[in-house]
Design a protein around this ligand. Structure first.
Ligand code: G4P
Length: 533
């Protein structure tokens, strides 16, 4: 194995930010790019998706592109490392695409609004990370505003999300009296400058906690309180346990204010020091180490109509091992043939650029002439099928009503295409000839209506269904499964791959079914055409 290859791979950090709308994800993303030198002036990302758009404009853009416009990838350098940040949509509605993004990363950054604590969308996204045991670090934002007590926030993260916390930095005051943070690992006080130039990285001013300047800087009262809080934290737990972080059991916690550039550099430092380099990935055949010399990758996202004037599609691949070279040929495992991976693109703020080479950990967009599906694996000839790009259980359901019955063929074609892209899931109820659609965020329904009309010329109407939970069902005992299906035939459907799925209206009813049917496995994710998880 070449040392050079290994060195390149060790420099990669691939992560996503998970948060609830308004916690400051756009702001933080922008600041990360600013510190990475990827953008000169803060404001670039913001301008692209300012909330100044009326909701209806926003939806129009969403609909026109057919899939979330915001869910893209940014690559930027920092401190000799190459960072891949995968963005997830920040608005109220999100799609399965948002969840699936998390399959392509090695770690996640959970952003929490200091005043609001753990909010619903953060919780949902965190659950996907927990399912995959993705290491998560947390950033409590907006410390320049009056928010919740930091101990209370830590407690909430631990209780609501079921993950331990280790405060790497600890805030000194908040709101108007926010003075900065104490970095517990480097033993430094980092002083907050209120009126820092927001368009420029702010140099950090550090002081050792035992330095006499601390009292001069903070005053006696604040110093006493800080020392007492640090003692409390130290008493509550020992040193930072990186292994626990790597196993998804412990979240290193940071405090700051993204809009004021405060805490951003500390986060980036932590990302390169603590967050994992590209991790091994599991394929059906074997586990693949990122440092293996041969190129392998999987497709986790296919974005259609990125440019509405051409019907172009971009497939996003996560490189899992080795090195990718521009114009190289790769083996498309599902199709069983070699193909050239054209127009390899990396993205930075609004710019795209063609890349000559990329390494394990990197996310690269490639031109898709219509041959890629989500979950496809690529290799240098090995028949290797990556797992772990699951289909997530939808939470909103409707019945499709076709306005013109003669168009049922086109409708099927459209729904097949959209389900391949992962925009929607199609279910066939066991008791009727209807077609049900399931999505993770209800906005997707509008996207589907729009695209079915625009791209396939079919007018459809949706009738909503009373379900909110879907579970793929399986059992080691075939007769038990058959009996369960016939006893619950009104609620059992078959998905695109003919896997039985049960739809229920309320979570408590699912719990009841689980209790009463211990021989049935109820899965919140499915591995698609292959075996169920
Ligand atoms: P999102 O992508 O997670 O939805 O959040 P976004 O970055 O758009 O931030 C939401 C709001 O929170 C914005 O205010 C933003 O300026 C503000 N914000 C972000 N970080 C901080 C922070 O550290 N402190 C404070 N006080 N506010 C912060 P807005 O009024 O909605 O937009 P704008 O007029 O500022 O652009």
């Amino acid at each position: 194995m070449s040392i050079e290859l290994q060195r390149e791979i060790a420099k990669r950090r691939t992560f996503a930010i998970i948060s609830h709308p308004d916690a400051g994800k756009t702001t933080l993303t922008e600041k990360l790019l600013l510190y990475g030198g990827a953008i000169q002036m803060a404001g670039t990302v913001k301008a692209k998706r300012s909330k100044k758009f009326a909701t209806s404009d926003w939806m129009e853009i969403e609909k026109q592109r057919g899939i979330s416009v915001t869910s893209s990838v940014m690559n930027f350098p920092y401190g000799g490392f190459e960072i891949n940040l995968i963005d997830t949509p920040g608005h109220q509605d999100f799609s399965e695409d948002t969840y699936r993004t998390l399959t392509a990363v090695d770690s996640a950054l959970m952003l929490i609004d200091a005043a609001n604590g753990v909010e619903t969308q953060t919780k949902k996204l965190f659950e996907v990370c927990a399912l995959r045991k993705t290491p998560v670090m947390a950033f409590v934002n907006k410390m320049d505003r009056e928010g919740r007590d930091p101990f209370e926030l830590m407690d909430e993260i631990e209780k609501v999300l079921g993950i331990g916390c280790f405060a790497v930095t600890w805030p000194i005051g908040m709101g108007p009296s926010f003075r900065g943070v104490y970095h517990r690992i480097s033993n430094q006080l980092l002083i907050f400058e209120k009126d820092a130039d927001r368009a420029r990285p702010v140099p950090l001013k550090g002081l050792a906690l035992d330095s006499p300047e601390v009292v001069a800087e903070l005053g006696e009262e604040a110093t006493r309180q800080l020392l007492a809080e640090i003692e409390l934290l130290t008493g509550a737990g020992g040193d930072f346990d990186r292994q626990a972080y790597m196993e998804g059991r412990l979240a290193p916690l940071f405090f700051g204010s993204a809009v004021n550039n405060f805490g951003v550099q500390t986060l980036l430092e932590a990302l390169i020091e603590i967050a994992p380099a590209p991790l091994p990935r599991v394929a059906v055949e074997r586990k693949v180490d990122a440092n293996e010399p041969k190129f392998t990758a999987f497709i986790f996202k296919v974005q259609a109509n990125m440019d509405p004037s051409h019907r172009d599609r971009v497939a996003f691949m996560r490189i899992c091992s080795g090195r990718y070279e521009r114009n190289m040929k790769a083996f498309h495992v599902r199709l069983g043939r070699e193909m050239r991976l054209g127009r390899p693109t990396q993205f930075m703020a609004q710019d795209r650029s063609l890349v000559d080479e990329a390494f394990a950990g990197d996310i690269v967009g490639i031109h898709d002439p219509g041959v890629f599906k989500i979950g496809d694996s690529l290799s240098e000839g090995e028949s290797l099928v990556y797992t772990g790009v699951p289909v997530f259980a939808p939470e909103h359901f409707c019945r499709v009503v076709l306005r013109d019955p003669l168009k049922s063929k086109q409708l099927s074609k459209g729904l097949d295409q959209l389900s391949e892209e992962g925009a929607v899931q199609v279910f066939r109820p066991s008791h009727s000839n209807d077609q049900y659609l399931g999505v993770v965020g209800p906005l997707q329904f509008e996207v589907v209506v729009y695209r079915i009309l625009a791209e396939y010329g079919v007018q459809v109407r949706f009738e909503s269904l009373p379900y909110s939970v879907a579970r793929w069902i399986s059992s080691t005992k075939a007769d038990v499964l058959d009996r369960f299906i016939s006893a619950n035939s009104q609620q059992v459907c078959f998905d695109q791959h003919d896997h039985p799925t049960i739809l229920v209206d309320e979570p408590w009813r699912l719990r009841l079914l689980e209790e009463r049917n211990p021989d049935i496995t109820f899965s919140a994710t499915s591995e698609g055409p292959g075996k169920l998880r």
